[in-house]
Design a protein around this ligand. Structure first.
Ligand code: FHN
Length: 431
């Protein structure tokens, strides 16, 4: 009997590993990955009932609010000024091609109408409308792809047990059925991938809360790819991509960097990349966070991301009345003006043949290499040779021809001082 049991367990493990490793993206998925890679710029939206408290999306945990007390919060959530048409128009005007919105964050509250729980916006708030459905309809009308940020971590569901490193103050019973929770999560993902039209991707987060647990990823990922083969799977586990994942995200970091300490183990994989960042320091609405990043800082972040062959997902945390704060709107308008003029050097490009330098980065498309001078020491530049014959170099902004020399040392080019742009001076190298 024992030998049989061991044999069965071994068989299961082999099947599980092979199932995960056997993932080969469908033609539809590959097409979606190519679209994603070309899109380069998206809007991240962290919005939940936690915005009522104005202290970020971790307020339930950080203020030690147990679930019984937290259950009062949705009763105050009535975003009467929510207007998805304005949100989508703002994203489009900024030059963004997709929106990634929190369908459920760590507090477990579904911002969509779920039949699997009443812990959702339709059943628990005076507003009572499915904001995700409203946004999905607007995105479809306006040709903006919609992705869902979906938290695997859940501070509300009792079956999220054993607890992970967070959520201990939620006052839940010390018991639960972990696989029932995973079934519940897969059930909500089925709702999101069935009732809201074509979905661009699922942005998972929270794996790190129980990183040694059996998250049954292969089952969840194959469910997603079965329901919508073109739906891209990404998981913010801060590790190298697992089988079944179609893109890799970096949080507040350019790929390969580890400025925040989150990305220590995340080797850069061979799937499309995306880095995400806040406009102040908060993801969810935080009344007192006025550390607004300038449009120059954010434009340069977007350009650097492209130089690292990565998308840039820029976050807003809408206010509890449904509006996006004016500081974010004005910065996004500035970014849109820049993208309107210079988007050609970002959209549809790959990281260029000149690796990122202190002075800037390069992007590449067709027979053009775009040199982005973000922080030039002076107006004379030595570009390391990248093994291609240079036919000519022009200034992107004016198309003016620039004098250059290509020799064993590389490509030297002088940029007229008056042409240096304090945000990004773009040179076009024709090869
Ligand atoms: O805990 C979350 C956090 O609330 C936010 O969603 C960010 C966005 O990338 N991800 C996690 C922190 O790593």
């Amino acid at each position: 009997m024992k030998r049989k049991l061991i044999f069965l367990i071994l068989l299961l493990v082999v099947f599980k590993v092979s199932a995960q490793n056997a993932y080969t993206p469908s033609a539809e998925n590959i097409k979606a990955r190519e679209w994603f890679q070309d899109a380069r710029f998206g809007l991240f939206i962290h919005w939940g009932v936690y915005s009522i408290l104005g202290d970020g999306e971790w307020v339930m945990y950080q203020q030690g609010i147990d679930k019984q007390t937290y259950e009062k919060v949705p009763g105050f959530f009535n975003p009467v000024k929510y207007n998805p048409r304005e949100w989508v128009a703002m994203a489009k005007a900024a030059g963004m091609k997709y929106i990634t919105i929190t369908s459920k964050h760590h507090d477990g509250f579904a911002m969509f109408d779920s039949k699997l729980t009443d812990w959702d916006i339709v059943d628990r708030t005076p507003y009572g409308k499915d904001v995700i459905k409203m946004l999905a309809e607007e995105c479809r009308k306006e040709g903006i792809k919609l992705f869902f940020y979906h938290s695997q971590l859940d501070w509300y569901q009792d079956n999220y047990y054993p607890r992970g490193v967070t959520g201990g103050t939620s006052g839940r019973p010390q018991k639960g059925d972990w696989y029932k929770y995973l079934d519940f999560m897969d059930g909500q993902l089925t709702e999101l991938l069935t009732n809201y039209g074509e979905i661009g991707g699922i942005w998972f987060d929270g794996f790190w809360d129980k990183k040694d647990s059996d998250w049954r990823l292969d089952k969840t990922y194959s469910l997603i790819h079965t329901l919508q083969p073109g739906c891209l799977v990404g998981n913010n586990h801060h590790l190298a991509p697992f089988p079944g994942e179609d893109f890799q995200m970096f949080e507040k970091d350019l790929p390969g960097h580890n400025t925040t300490g989150f990305s220590g183990d995340s080797k850069i994989g061979s799937v499309p990349l995306e880095t995400c960042e806040t406009m102040n320091n908060a993801w969810g609405f935080n009344l007192m966070d006025k550390q607004y990043k300038s449009s120059k800082t954010l434009i340069q972040y977007l350009v650097k991301a492209a130089g690292y062959n990565s998308n840039f997902l820029l976050n807003v945390g809408p206010m509890p009345d449904g509006r996006i704060q004016p500081e974010f709107i004005s910065t996004l308008k500035e970014m849109g003006k820049w993208m309107e003029k210079n988007g050609e050097t970002i959209y549809g490009t790959n990281g260029g043949p000149v690796s990122p330098k202190s002075w800037g980065v390069s992007t590449y498309k067709d027979n053009k290499v775009y040199i982005h001078l973000l922080n030039p020491e002076d107006n004379n530049l030595l570009i390391p040779d990248f093994g291609k014959k240079v036919k000519g170099i022009t200034l992107y902004s004016t198309a003016a021809k620039l004098k250059f020399k290509q020799d064993a040392f590389g490509i030297t080019v002088s940029v007229p001082k008056e042409s240096i742009d304090e945000t990004d001076t773009i040179l076009v190298i024709e090869i």
